[in-house]
Design a protein around this ligand. Structure first.
Ligand SMILES: *Cc1c(COP(=O)(O)O)cnc(C)c1O
Length: 451
């Protein structure tokens, strides 16, 4: 039998052609050869036909693909402010500048006054005390790590009391019973799913009790016949028995947003004021880099600071730089509200959003605006319905257009509606609008949508 398939080019010949025609994108030779092999392999495993634009161009496209970093910026047009898959909080400008400024050598653990070793925590401790009111604080890689650390430090080998209504799973693999097990503390469940009273905690006390843990049910709500114990009464009952109260609060909300209609998310300060040790994330509402913050009584923080997990979970200099810059903005409420993107987006004025949507829609042929809602995301303010105005781009196949939008540079991530693709101006950052207009035109052409 004869093979009717067209002949594939030889690697060395294609390599010579790519080099001769200057199509290498200055890639290392290894990458060029690999890209050429892959280009040929792909053709072999399909019909063996010459790719669009010829072999050399196809190899060149592949070389370019291989040179691209894997982690790239995107335009978030979804309206989900804390989109975990998109890196949660976009950093304030001052935090970006702080990262760039300290990316070389920096005083991470160096005291310039003495020329001796310093502490990476020192850059954050004073600010955290100032903005949370806590006696002391400690920063690790994320809140899940902070939970393992603090529970291990105060409750390993002993018992931790938790309400059955708070044995939650947050964002996939974070489950309170598993975290307790890994931190070496025995879980003592009290109460029922919907009602736990102070006397349930008190009845569970034993000589082995080290800690009472309260967990904020970040991503869901219990409603109806519900009773739970508030932090101040829990601390008051536990303190005489030398039992710590730890509050896993999740989002790190430091400013009261109730005047903007955002309620139901606990603030950090009241729990600290009541005497609890609070654990929260740096990259949720707080609006900084990924970090886990533990703030509370000096004695508890000292116990955590000497725990070996602290060394295993310490934050790197880019995190310290970005968190210091973000926390400094909290010294002044108006500054924080204006300069921390998560807070600015969560409290954006509906009229401004409507005007932004109208302006965008006017620049995209066939686009209209429609009322819609954005969400905070990241398990924060799960009930909040943030009114917004969406830009609706008509599309016969919305999923195809979404995919073409993701193929743009930078990629645009948006939502699909019935016969349309939807852009929410709430999560667009400075300069995103112009890109969105261009990217939509290019994506429509790519997806065969006329508009
Ligand atoms: C998000 C969240 C966590 C986990 O925080 P990470 O910083 O993502 O590790 C833990 N507890 C609560 C209540 C949360 O909302």
């Amino acid at each position: 039998m004869t093979d009717a398939r067209p002949a594939l080019p030889a690697v060395h010949k294609l390599l010579a052609e790519v080099e001769e025609r200057g199509l290498t994108h200055d890639a290392p030779r290894e990458v060029i050869v690999q890209a050429i092999r892959e280009t040929i392999d792909i053709a072999r495993s399909s019909d063996g036909a010459t790719p669009d634009g010829g072999w050399a161009q196809a190899a060149s496209r592949r070389i370019r693909e291989k040179q691209k970093p894997s982690l790239v910026p995107v335009v978030n047009a979804t309206g989900v402010i804390l989109h975990t898959n998109l890196g949660r909080a976009p950093l304030p400008d001052v935090a970006r500048e702080a990262i760039a400024r300290t990316a070389g050598y920096a005083t991470l653990e160096y005291d310039l006054a003495t020329g001796e070793r310093g502490s990476r925590q020192a850059h954050l401790r004073t600010l955290l005390r100032e903005v949370t009111g806590a006696e002391d604080a400690l920063v690790v890689t994320n809140a899940a790590a902070a939970m393992v650390l603090i529970l291990n430090a105060v409750a390993a080998g002993g018992e931790t009391i938790v309400s059955r209504g708070e044995l939650v799973e947050i964002g996939g693999a974070f489950r309170i019973p598993d975290i307790l097990e890994k931190s070496g503390s025995a879980l003592i469940e009290v109460g029922t799913t919907n009602r736990t009273r102070l006397r349930d905690y008190v009845a569970a006390l034993s000589p082995r009790t080290r800690c009472a843990l309260k967990v904020h049910r970040s991503n869901f709500r219990l409603s109806g016949f519900v009773t739970e114990v508030e932090i101040p009464e829990l601390v008051e009952a536990m303190e005489p028995r030398r039992v710590h109260v730890i509050h896993d609060i999740g989002s790190g909300l430091l400013l009261d947003l109730s005047s903007h209609g955002l309620t139901g998310e606990p603030l950090v300060q009241p729990s600290i004021e009541a005497g609890a040790t609070v654990v929260f994330s740096g990259d949720k509402l707080l609006g900084g880099p990924q970090a886990g913050i533990i703030a509370g009584p000096a004695a508890v923080i000292a116990q955590a600071a000497t725990n070996p997990f602290t060394r295993a979970m310490r934050p790197g200099k880019t995190v310290v730089a970005a968190l210091e810059a973000t926390l400094a903005l909290y010294r002044d409420r108006p500054t924080a509200m204006a300069k921390i993107p998560t807070l600015a987006m969560a409290t954006a004025d509906p009229d401004t959003l409507r005007a932004q949507a109208a302006e965008l829609a006017a620049r995209i042929p066939g686009a209209t605006t429609q009322p819609g809602t954005s969400s905070v995301g990241g398990g924060s303010f799960p009930d909040a319905v943030l009114p917004t105005t969406l830009v609706a781009v008509p599309a016969e196949h919305p999923e195809t257009l979404l995919s073409a939008l993701r193929a743009q540079e930078p990629a645009v991530v948006a939502r699909a509606g019935e016969g349309r693709v939807l852009f929410d101006p709430r999560t667009l950052q400075a300069g995103d609008g112009d890109h969105l207009v261009r990217a939509t035109a290019a994506a429509r052409q790519m997806a065969g949508e006329t508009g």
